[in-house]
Ligand binder design. Sequence first.
Ligand SMILES: Cc1cc2nc3c(=O)[nH]c(=O)nc-3n(C[C@H](O)[C@H](O)[C@H](O)COP(=O)(O)OP(=O)(O)OC[C@H]3O[C@@H](n4cnc5c(N)ncnc54)[C@H](O)[C@@H]3O)c2cc1C
Length: 442
Amino acid sequence: MYDSQVIIVGAGPTGLSLAIELARRSIAFRLIDVAEGPAPGSRGKGIQPRTLEVFEDLGVISSILEAGTPYPRVRVHLGPLSIRLGSLGGRKQATEGVPYPNLWLVPQYRTEEILRHRLTQLGGRVEFGAAFDRVSASERGVEVHLSTGEVVTAEYLVGCDGGHSSVRKVLGLALRGEALGTEAAFVADVKVEALDHTDWHVWPLAKGGAIGLCPLPEPSFFQMMSPREPAEGIELAVRRVSGCQVTQIGWSSMYRPAIRMVDHLRMGRIFLAGDAAHLHPPTGGQGLNTGVQDAYNLGWKLAHVLRGGPESLLDTYEAERLPVAAAVLGLSKQIYRTRSLKRGDATNQLRIHYRTSMLSLGKPLGRLHPGDRMPDVRCADGTRLFDAMRGTHATQLTTRDGTRILIRPDGYIASIGTQPVAAFAGEPTHRVNGSATNLRRS
Ligand SMILES: Cc1cc2nc3c(=O)[nH]c(=O)nc-3n(C[C@H](O)[C@H](O)[C@H](O)COP(=O)(O)OP(=O)(O)OC[C@H]3O[C@@H](n4cnc5c(N)ncnc54)[C@H](O)[C@@H]3O)c2cc1C
């Protein structure tokens, strides 16, 4: 007998999302974190359109929208001149297929707070003050030693313990890649009185290194970013460029921008997800988003296998997510190097697909391929497909021309065809009717 079915190490956005996925499927898990309490800091503040769809499914979208703002426009200050550029986040109208088309700004501590609250609603919790120390694994389970002295047995372990991941180190997996630049960059949450709180202010030629101040949802608060820690101190550096007074420093940190990833996400009964497996520079806003989507890919598969589904389903986690991590890192590197403000559709993560996965079967329908993200569409009864998909089940959409589309619990198309499709054995499947014409347009 095991103490738990899954032990999750690390309660950042990745670990919390995974815990929610397991909690809503009634899988027994422990979620431990070395920190004594919630992490402060705005850090990963850009939530991409695909992650907003995931958050809709996880039941937190209204809280996330309430807690955030659209991305501000960038205002570049060059001596006495200031030039107002576009926004990194886009200003597109929602469409039937893409209900959340733009990047949404939420400080990471708020996103984590909202996810923790959802987890509590589902009966789960974070065990703070408990660090992963070491693990011994057998064919049938893992024995995890915690810093508290407790030894927990579980069927699976998932390391969501961030860039310095102890789980990754214990597995002997290296994060391969490169550091971007030689110095540690600086980030802080600062309250600046009397500075315009509409735009993202950038002083590229500031003495001692560029300074950026991005407005956060809290009045007068900004996320300050600079390629190095200001030698003269935060207050003086901000006053020198903006003429305004810093009245509070909420949190500050240094980080070394890098592009690195592991070459395996699974070793037997142990998995890696999020920053533990791939490290992104902040440019492009991909790190948190990729971690949440790792968790969203792995959660339903773990639950399915723990309920008796074939173990081989778990191999598809690495097969599907490793190429995504590599592609996203390539994109982040390009954005970092070019410093481009243009994002287009490349960064919104809506086009991520699993077309080459062994789970993707059948022929394309219009622009939709097996393995693609299923877009939202109107069903025959006028309701939204995303409403029918919300929850832990698979969904089968049958169109008037007899085409059947089977949608995985994580919203990707498993199969398209005219023959009845066997859903993932034992996975509950909701059935809805739609129009093939709408789908061909999407
Ligand atoms: C300045 C900045 C801006 C950024 N902007 C964006 C952005 O706009 N969009 C975006 O998507 N991403 C952004 N990121 C990246 C984002 O912050 C990370 O990708 C994200 O935090 C990764 O989440 P995670 O849950 O995988 O890991 P983490 O958030 O690092 O969480 C790991 C957790 O594991 C715990 N832990 C560590 N070791 C142990 C142990 N031994 N035992 C138990 N627990 C342990 C830690 O306490 C922590 O709570 C930004 C980052 C920075 C620094």
